[in-house]
Design a protein around this ligand. Structure first.
Ligand code: BGC
Length: 438
């Protein structure tokens, strides 16, 4: 059976009752500037990945069990074996000129048994984080990118009332160990998607989803305070997957529970949506989803209005191909990247406090059940290339030029025109759409 991504109906279902945070109405947009300013020397350019998706040698977890169950498109094997390739991958990131390298510290690897933290597991992350810093980059550490240990799964996972204390015991261990590396923190990756994946996998029932949401909020709020005690001035978030047209309905309830404990708003933006180009949640056709680079402007604008003045960080952005083949819409990775960065620069020029951007991902990896969707700046053919060689796409020189110059050139014009009416941040994305200078 194929692993499918959640449908919009499921997404809306995930939104439980209660107060939601909602973006204030938009004001008329400024005139588009003829020349676009760079993002400046302090802007945080980065790359992102997650432990389970890239490391290989996976310890027992909810996801290792699911990937071995025959219910996914592809079995996991050792993914792209970041476990043994971390030094050369970090070197590739350094050569791109990025300043941030996002990983997740896998709970299942560092705490393989209840009450037992494995020094070997921790030493692996010591080495990775040490290599990131030695290469002149700052780590961004995710505490939970949808994976928990097998022993916690045996206790019921997010249905277990004690998971919050179990989760926090591990998170505190990780924070104690790595706070001195001055990381940026992500507590939970895309909580709503996490909940929906757990539902899909049969690990939580639909009725238990509000409970899972509440437990995530409790854990986030508690670890936020802990991180700030151990690392004064820390920057902590839980990133949202920006969902065109249903963002507030879906992510609002959780965001309202954690709104007081977010130092920056982490936003993942991937796909557009307009009346004639709808988003499909099927993992087996992700590369058919409409790309709408100006959508990143709307996503930033949405959260700039929800949290005025708060730093905004694009924690993930990228595009899928089908096994690295050219996309049917003809969009090359380099053009999509440059167009997207143009719109990040436009957002900044219009006064939005955007502080960083991570490309998802440095290299292709396990897309939660399949190796077919390819997101990497470097492509890796897990199915046919036993050497797992990282081969550069056209976006490697493009991103290197962007990080060197702080963005696209002042006179850059996107290869793709913005849509005149989309559902990206309706109704303002139709009543007052972004436009290019004449
Ligand atoms: C997730 C990643 C995933 C990416 C591309 C995000 O929702 O955080 O784990 O690989 O999207 O689908």
């Amino acid at each position: 059976m194929r692993f499918r991504r959640p449908t919009l109906a499921l997404l809306v279902m995930a939104a439980s009752a209660g107060m939601t945070v909602t973006a204030a109405p938009a004001f008329a947009r400024p005139e588009p500037p003829a020349r676009i300013a760079p993002l400046g020397p302090d802007f945080l350019w980065g790359v992102a990945n997650s432990g389970f998706q890239s490391e290989g040698h996976a310890p027992d977890s909810n996801w290792s069990r699911y990937a071995a169950s025959g219910r996914t498109e592809d079995t996991y094997r050792d993914s792209i074996d970041f476990y043994d390739h971390y030094e050369s991958d970090i070197e590739l990131a350094r050569q791109l000129g990025v300043k941030v390298y996002r990983i997740s510290v896998e709970w299942a690897r560092v705490q393989p048994q209840p009450g037992v933290w494995d020094e070997n597991g921790l030493r692996f992350y010591d080495k990775v984080i040490g290599a990131i810093r030695a290469a002149g980059m700052r780590p961004m550490l995710t505490l939970d990118h949808w994976v928990y240990p097998g022993w916690e799964a045996d206790r019921g996972g997010w249905s277990n009332p004690d998971i919050v204390s179990d989760w926090l015991a591990n998170a505190r261990t990780v924070v104690d160990r790595y706070a001195t590396a001055d990381p940026l923190w992500v507590t939970f990756n895309e909580p709503t998607m996490y909940m929906l994946n757990e539902l899909r996998m049969g690990n939580v029932s639909a009725a238990a989803m509000p409970v899972m949401q509440d437990r995530i909020a409790q854990a986030h709020n508690a670890v936020y305070d802990y991180i700030h005690r151990v690392q004064p001035g820390a920057m902590v978030t839980s990133n949202v997957a920006y969902l065109p047209s249903v963002e507030d309905a879906v992510d609002g309830p959780l965001m309202s529970r954690i709104a007081a404990k977010l130092d920056y708003i982490g936003i993942d933006y991937y796909y557009g949506m307009s009346p004639d180009a709808l988003y499909s949640p099927d993992i087996a056709s992700m590369w058919k989803n409409p790309l709408q680079p100006e959508g990143i402007y709307y996503a930033l604008d949405h959260y700039a209005r929800t949290f005025p003045g708060k730093p905004l960080y694009i924690v993930e952005n990228g595009m899928p191909t089908e096994n690295g083949a050219p996309r049917a819409d003809g969009y090359a990775r380099a053009d999509d990247l440059r167009d997207t960065i143009y719109w990040v620069q436009r957002a900044k020029a219009d006064g939005m406090n955007v502080i960083g951007y991570n490309y998802w991902s440095l290299a292709d990896n396990y897309e939660w059940g399949s190796y077919t969707p390819r997101f990497g700046l470097y492509t890796v053919d897990v199915e046919t290339d036993a050497t797992l060689t990282r081969r550069p796409t056209d976006a490697v020189p493009a991103y290197t030029a962007i990080t060197g110059a702080g963005g696209v050139p002042a006179d850059y014009r996107p290869t793709r025109e913005p849509e005149t009416c989309s559902l990206l941040d309706a109704p303002s994305s139709c009543t007052d759409p972004v436009v290019l200078p004449r």
